[in-house]
Design a protein around this ligand. Sequence first.
Ligand code: G6P
Length: 612
Amino acid sequence: MCGIVGYIGNQKASPILINGLIRLEYRGYDSAGISTIEKNELSIMKDKGRVKNLYQLEGIDDLTGTIGIAHTRWATHGKPAKENSHPHLDNSKTFSVVHNGIIENYNELRKFLTEHGYTFYSQTDTEVIPNLVHYYYNKDENSDSLKFLRAVKNACTDLKGSYAIEILCKDYPDNMIVTRKDSPLVIGKGENENYISSDIPAILSFTRNFYLLDDLELAVLERTQVSFYNLDLKPISKDTKTIEWNATSAEKDGYEDFMLKEIYEQPTAIRETIGAKFNEASKCEFDELNFTKDSLSNISKIYIVACGTAMHAGLVGKNAIEKLCKITTEVDVASEFRYRNPLVDSHTLCIFISQSGETADTIAALKLCKEKGAKTLAISNVIGSSITREADYSIYTHAGPEIAVASTKAYTSQVMLIVILAIYFAEILEMDTDLLNTLKKDIMELPAKIEETLKLSENILDFSKKTYQEKDIFFLGRGIDETVAKEGSLKLKEISYIHSESYPAGELKHGPIALIENDITVVSIITDPNLVEKTVSNIQEVITRGAKTLIITNQNLDENMFDLTIRIPETNPFISPILSIIPLQLFSYYISKEKGLDVDKPRNLAKSVTVE
Ligand code: G6P
């Protein structure tokens, strides 16, 4: 979590840094701060709370330095408070540091540094970094151009945990050093200026050319060049990557919130993700993949591993892979999977889904599977993100930048891509051609049906106005609809703070029905024609107990039975979640708005969870 930005060039750094922080606020908003070099001295301005508190600080407009680093915080060690805000200085005020990640051995390092006369002014793990750099800097008797770099490298060798770090040194006013391990950091290349950011969209308005730093590499940024080194300080050469996203895709574009904009971007996101994968006559193609009938037949089991919404997309993927390819598929949350000694070997294919490609648990699970000899495939929305660099194969959703913490278009794009992946596997395995051709045709019609579904917003808004003060809401479904119930429930709790639970409709009577009383809202998704009657019976049971019901369906139901029925277009059951989730995204959105909450930045959450 946490977002970091950096700038070195010929312009005033502070407005550029603040602009970047605003775009990275989705990564955390407990405090914000910047450090620039002003007339060979380090300046630090920081405060708890949002970035807007920072740009209201007296004196911030007077900063004229053309090199600087900045941070927006999601608190891990030390409560949200000014003293725990980044940047942090060493005791001699020679180095300032911003950090995203967790230094796991900070207690040990703090003890070591305290014994060597250093004092600590915060409860953070980060404060050991500038002091450790200073410790090595002081010990180094040489004073050549690499002294700053050597000190940073020596400090990094002692750090355990995860980090993306930017460091300024007042003795090197024309250099910024950055490094990373298991936390994201990209370097944007401009004309006589260079940028740092935790993600690409935050600095897209300045450049579209990026260097990607690998774990345990260091970069020294000057105005006209960037030099790269490994941990032995051997120079490395790197090329830039050009990113196709344009800057306006990371703006609100007239919408009140990013979440609403992203909900309405789903037809485009799905069109782009489908891309040119199908045509009438030929089989589905992925340029990035080279599976053969032999290699696929050798796979005895597939694991799909992810966190949060991405895991819910995985559940839809399991349904498609098992039914289309007849390969046993298990889905697990990365934080559980990695610690349960999973039965993975060279006959296992492990698929990792992550919008950001930077989720710490997902990356760790991927590394574990590689160690165990499995084949690994990453599905991400971010080109060059950590999981795509670790995995044997990577394929991309084309959702464009997703800024709102609650995922919408990334989820539907992930569902789309994993279903297409299942088709690709099934075609190689020569499975049921008719079934596959019908599904491909239905996929081509999907973007237009998403547009139709988005037009249903008014009824949902009305229902939200009647529901927003509730304390508990239940979500029910069977089969594929249960996976959507899970995602709908997550969306609601994330942004409306209403307690919600999702349950397989048939399981209701084994416990949760005890909680159903007069006027409790129960939302049900009913799209699988084979399960309609069963689910309707379960809904009848909650109606009898006084529940209010919202039904999302593409079936012909007796609408008089329910308080509100949202009739979505019919589609193939393999892809129905892409339509049935949309009313639920809107339902959560409108409830959150009705409650006056910050939809894009819900409390305690961050978009990208780069700590365990
Ligand atoms: C956080 C976000 C969720 C997201 C999850 C996984 O919890 O708030 O929206 O689904 O992380 O993120 P990833 O980038 O790995 O898809």
